[in-house]
Design a protein around this ligand. Structure first.
Ligand SMILES: *Cc1c(COP(=O)(O)O)cnc(C)c1O
Length: 378
């Protein structure tokens, strides 16, 4: 079907490549780069994103589940894949087939994964996760030495890494420092720890702000930053200068004049104070423009910001274009990104939508085609 897109996302793979190269250049040379590409590479598209990251210096990938790991293996082999989420008992057997690295938090998982290794006649690679204050996965740090011993002495498991996860890297640097110190202290309590052989990692994007070279960390685990969103730019991250990879667009479906007093959209969520020229955009929450942006969000048309009127509906959204008499049906509309002299940063979109950046990316639905710019990085 050859017709214009009604709503689409543009993904600039050259920008992705420049980002990872800039991030790597800002870190010590021997630091391993784990590219986090869960949830369809943060909605950017697993296949294209992973292929470009493979060419741009990613050492390893991290995903949420077995299906995502299988997708990566289909794109290319040779990159280790870490599963970040808990593995369901029914998925255990794939550990041996796919040779992916499991995250271990409990003694029960040691038993389960060890059974898989025994049956397959090989050691299952694992990273031990330590809970230093996230309260999700991981063994509580005080109990880490016991679990560590169980893993290390198990003949069917191979300990390849140890990690923790920060709960507040984008909001609370003090707590992040506390978690970092706790993690390093815990490592010191693990007997016969071969730091050179293990991947020791904690830093997500925001945590890079307090990354200190020369400590035991020899890997970083980055998602958001490689897509050009800097969740906490102070000193270090402000210098890395990543660029946005994704922009999000739609079109004007029709333009009409509506008299003062008219209620706009369901429940008449906006009542026009004056005679108004409105444009009806061909996108709504069925595409990822959230209902929470109703009567709050702004979009770019002809490079100018126009307010959303009334409730965002599934397929259509009304905006005020009274100040733009030149607007016609078919004109492009931008939700996130640059248009002419106008720019909507994802942070603006987040504020209007009441969403966090990770969520914005994951909320762009599968109805929205991803259009790739495949230029090289230079
Ligand atoms: C998603 C995730 C990351 C990446 O976080 P960003 O903030 O996107 O860099 C790192 N580690 C774990 C355990 C995660 O779940």
């Amino acid at each position: 079907m050859d017709s214009p897109y009604r709503c689409w996302a543009e993904i600039d793979l050259g920008a992705l490549e420049r980002n990872i190269k800039r991030i790597r250049a800002a870190l010590p040379k021997d630091i391993q780069y784990l590219a986090v590409v869960k949830a369809d590479a943060y909605g950017h598209g697993m296949a294209q994103t992973v292929a470009r990251l493979m060419r741009s210096g990613a050492d390893m990938f991290a995903v949420a589940n077995m299906g995502e790991a299988a997708e990566i293996l289909e794109i290319g082999s040779g990159w280790p894949i870490l599963l970040l989420s808990a593995i369901l008992p029914g998925e255990d057997r794939y550990l041996a087939d796919y040779n992916v690295i499991a995250t271990i938090s409990t003694a029960e998982e040691v038993e389960r994964f060890s059974r898989v290794g025994k049956e397959a006649g090989k050691r299952i690679p694992v990273h031990m996760k330590i809970d230093t204050g996230m309260g999700r996965l991981g063994v509580w740090y005080e109990e880490a030495p016991t679990l560590y011993d169980k893993i290390l002495t198990n003949p069917h498991l191979s300990l390849e890494g140890i990690f923790t996860h920060f709960s507040s890297a984008d909001t609370d640097q003090e707590f992040t420092e506390h978690q970092r110190a706790l993690f390093l202290e815990t490592l010191d309590k693990l007997p016969n720890l071969d730091r050179a052989k293990l991947l020791i990692h904690a830093d997500n994007s925001a945590a890079l702000e307090s990354f200190t070279p020369g400590t035991s960390f020899n890997a970083v685990r980055l998602g958001l930053l490689q897509f050009g969103v800097c969740p906490y730019a102070r000193s270090f991250l402000a210098k890395v200068k990543v660029e946005p990879v994704l922009s999000f667009h739609s079109r004007v479906g029709l333009v009409r004049s509506v008299p003062a007093g008219t209620g706009i959209s369901y429940q008449r969520t906006h009542i026009l104070a004056e005679n108004t020229r409105v444009a009806v955009i061909t996108a709504g929450y069925g595409d990822g423009l959230p209902v929470s942006a109703s009567n709050r969000g702004k979009v770019l048309v002809n490079g100018r910001l126009c307010p959303i009127l009334g409730r965002v509906t599934m397929d259509q959204t009304v905006i005020d274009v009274t100040s733009l008499p030149e607007i016609r049906s078919g004109d492009p509309v931008t939700f996130i990104g640059r248009q002419g002299n106008g720019f909507i940063d994802i942070t603006d979109f987040c504020r209007w939508a009441g969403q966090i950046s990770w969520e914005v990316f994951c909320s762009i639905t599968k109805r929205v085609p991803r259009i790739y710019r495949t230029d090289s990085a230079v």
